[in-house]
Structure formats: structure tokens, C-alpha cells
Design a protein around this ligand. Structure first.
Ligand SMILES: [Ca+2]
Ligand SMILES: [Ca+2]
Length: 338
């Protein structure tokens, strides 16, 4: 019996040794996932341990819960400590990041909310709601042979070792702009970090707003979409370093986020977003409409609309009067969601 066990153990050991000496595919692990908020720009990075001959990917698959991709070719033989980059066509479109080794057949290969990525049936990475960053900058990571997920700035690395990042040009400032009749055009500042700026003016019959986003230098922009909140982008335009996004159907009492995708300044490329609180009547911009807003508006009745009191012209008609006071009163009790 002992002899049999020993014999079996030796045979098994022999088979293992023979397998690991042969070229294979099964020691790659999923170590990084990146997605922009729309799922257009996505990459999956695999990492190998100290193993050569893990190059036979052809015919194996990488899958999400909804999509599957079959590797059409193999990698070079010397795979030890290499990375393998698999990315969407949307990633390929933003030049400046390292070229992927494999291009997936579709954008939105995996869900931006929760999904399981399965590499060739030998390595999986599951993420649940809230785990995958979609801020355009960070990715979901884990070290080789570790199950601990962590968030870090995206760092795609391809087989050749080229590394970089999906990195959008950072906006310098953003505003919500309205024309106040004959009194002029006035902008509510939209801070890019910290608490959102609060737009307190009404959007008229169709709840229209206009967001201005400024960059340091001239940019090209692929698209502008609302990624959070109720409303939609009716049009957008770019003039040098200034992007104008026209919004419609933006309901009151919410925070909206506008995403500019594929922003390109010639050096940096990626997606960037700006958020805005919409709370009609919150003339002091503290996130709630109450008696303070009513008295502030009353105090400006009859005063010429200027840069210092335009928020009290809540209907943006160029005059501060009883109509504005009534509109603020009507909104008392509303507040932005925390
Ligand atoms: Ca207030
Ligand atoms: Ca008014």
C-alpha cells in the first residue's frame, strides 16, 4: 500500500513537473481592471509570475458575465514577470496610453457596476457595486497571488513593458452660465473638488442649463453625456480651451454629473467629469432652501442685478422682485441629497 502511494506520488510529481516544463497559459492572473464611467474605455491587465512558456493563449477565452473574447494568437515564449494588456476599441482610440496586446471586440466588455472577469477558466476577479472606480483616473488592482483588491491610479502595462496611464487633461475651472435678461451673463462657479457648486436659478420651461468647462490649453472632445442625475445634453461645443455643454430637462433638487469623453489636448487623453448641484432658490448656496434664502432675496428686491447679487434673480430675467421672492419661498424645505 505504502509502495503504491509512493509510486502514485512520484507519478503525480512527474506529471506536474512535465506540465510546468511545457508551454502553457494557466499562470496568468487578472491584476488590474479599468473603466471610464460609460464603459467605453476599459482595459484588463494580466500579470505573470516568474514563469516562461506561459504564452499559449490562442483559443482560450477571457469573459465577463455578458461578453466573451477568444485570444486569436499566442504571446512570445518568455513570459516571466510580463504583463498582458487587453483593452476595448474605446481605449485604443485614446492614443497616448500603451498599445494593448489584444483588442476586445466591443466596448462595455464588462459592467461598470459589478461583474466577474474569468481568464481561461483558471483565474477570476469579481467586483461588486462600489468597488470599481469610474472616476477616469483610478483602477481596481490586486497583486499577483493576492485576493486583496485595492484602488490606485490606472497604470496599464503591455507585454513589451510599455506603461502609462489613461490620463485626461484636468479642467481648470467650471461654471453654470445664465443670461439674466438685459442685466448680463452671470456664472455660478462649480468647484472641481470638495462640495459641489449650487445652481440656484430656475431653468425655464424646459429646465435648461449651460455648463462651461475650461482647460489649460486647446482641447478636442469626443462626446459630452450626463452620467449621473436627471437631464440630458442637448448639444456641446468646443472653442479652444473652453467647452460649452447645453443641458435640458434638468430637474430640481439633485446633483448632476457631466462627463466629457475622449478629451485630448495633444498630450493627455481621457475622460473627465464635472458635477453641479441644482437647487432652485438656494441663493446662499449652502445646499438647503430656508428662511435665510428668503430674507437674502427680499433684501435685494429692486437692486440692480450685478455680480454680487445675481443669485437672488432666481428666474434670471434681469430684475430682482416679488416673483423671485415667491419662487424662493415655494422651495423652502428642499435640500440637496447628502
Ligand atoms: Ca440656502
Ligand atoms: Ca427675477
Amino acid at each position: 500500500m505504502t509502495f503504491m502511494k509512493t509510486l502514485l506520488a512520484s507519478l503525480f510529481g512527474f506529471i506536474l513537473a512535465a506540465t510546468s516544463a511545457q508551454a502553457s497559459f494557466h499562470l496568468w492572473q487578472i491584476t488590474q481592471l479599468y473603466s471610464d464611467p460609460t464603459g467605453t474605455v476599459q482595459f484588463i491587465e494580466l500579470t505573470n509570475g516568474n514563469f516562461d512558456g506561459e504564452n499559449l493563449l490562442m483559443g482560450h477565452t477571457i469573459t465577463s458575465n455578458t461578453n466573451s473574447y477568444t485570444f486569436p494568437s499566442n504571446l512570445p515564449f518568455n513570459t516571466a514577470n510580463h504583463h498582458c494588456l487587453i483593452a476595448t476599441p474605446g481605449y485604443v482610440a485614446i492614443t497616448g496610453a500603451p498599445a494593448p496586446d489584444y483588442v476586445l471586440s466591443t466596448n462595455n466588455f464588462f459592467s461598470v457596476t459589478s461583474d466577474t472577469i474569468n481568464y481561461a477558466g483558471v483565474n477570476m476577479l469579481t467586483f461588486t457595486a462600489g468597488q470599481l472606480p469610474t472616476d477616469g483616473v483610478n483602477s481596481l488592482n490586486r497583486a499577483y497571488n493576492s485576493t486583496t483588491l485595492f484602488v490606485a491610479p490606472n497604470s496599464p502595462t503591455n507585454f513589451a513593458g510599455d506603461t502609462g496611464s489613461v490620463s485626461p487633461p484636468p479642467p481648470q475651472s467650471a461654471f453654470s452660465r445664465k443670461v439674466h435678461g438685459g442685466a448680463g451673463t452671470f456664472d455660478v462657479a462649480l468647484p472641481l473638488t470638495g462640495n459641489v457648486g449650487v445652481e440656484c436659478r430656475s431653468g425655464g420651461a424646459t429646465n435648461d442649463y449651460q455648463m462651461i468647462i475650461n482647460f489649460a490649453t486647446s482641447v478636442m472632445v469626443g462626446d459630452a453625456v450626463l452620467t449621473s442625475g436627471t437631464g440630458s445634453v442637448s448639444s456641446f461645443s468646443v472653442s479652444g480651451s473652453e467647452v460649452t455643454v447645453n443641458l435640458t430637462g434638468v430637474t430640481n433638487v439633485q446633483v448632476i454629473t457631466v462627463l466629457l469623453s475622449n478629451v485630448n489636448d495633444g498630450t493627455l487623453h481621457g475622460d473627465t467629469s464635472v458635477s453641479m448641484g441644482v437647487l432652485i432658490g438656494d441663493v446662499n448656496g449652502n445646499g438647503a432652501v430656508n428662511a435665510s434664502d428668503v430674507s437674502l432675496t427680499k433684501s435685494q428686491v429692486g437692486v440692480t442685478v450685478s455680480g454680487s447679487n445675481f443669485r437672488e434673480d432666481v428666474n434670471a430675467n434681469g430684475a430682482i422682485n416679488a416673483v423671485d421672492v415667491a419662487q424662493v419661498k415655494a422651495e423652502v424645505g428642499t435640500a440637496l441629497p447628502p
